[in-house]
Design a protein around this ligand. Structure first.
Ligand code: ZN
Length: 121
């Protein structure tokens, strides 16, 4: 079988499942950790897909992160709860994906009164 993220072949015992996807170890580790740079796909994926090399901003996002970003853009102002419910994410998963969007300066948290809204950057 192949990794659903980077497409490389994975041995049966080295398969990781995350958010309904079957991933290789590298992609799994990337999926569960908050990246330190603005390129969530990192070196391995860039090597597999040369077109992704040097990708910035939205180009490097995981599909779920693009979907969240589009949702935020569409609504202009959403709460974490709305996003979590819309995409069926746990608060922890949402935080992780949102951290990427915030880090890439695509979305940000905005405090209005006692509520925090997610808005386009
Ligand atoms: Zn992979």
């Amino acid at each position: 079988m192949r990794c659903m993220q980077c497409g490389q072949a994975i041995a049966e015992g080295e398969k990781y499942t995350h958010a309904g996807k079957e991933l290789c170890e590298d992609c799994y580790l990337e999926a569960v950790s908050v990246p330190k740079t603005c390129d969530p796909l990192s070196v391995r994926a860039a090597r597999v897909d040369r077109e992704r090399k040097g990708a910035r901003g939205e180009e490097g996002l995981l599909p779920i992160q693009k979907n969240i970003l589009n949702y935020i853009k569409e609504k202009q102002r959403v709460t974490r709860e709305e996003v979590a419910e819309r995409f069926n994410l746990t608060p922890r998963e949402l935080e992780k994906h949102f951290a990427v969007l915030r880090h890439c300066e695509l979305a940000k948290g905005n405090k209005v009164g006692d509520k925090v809204y997610l808005t386009p950057f």
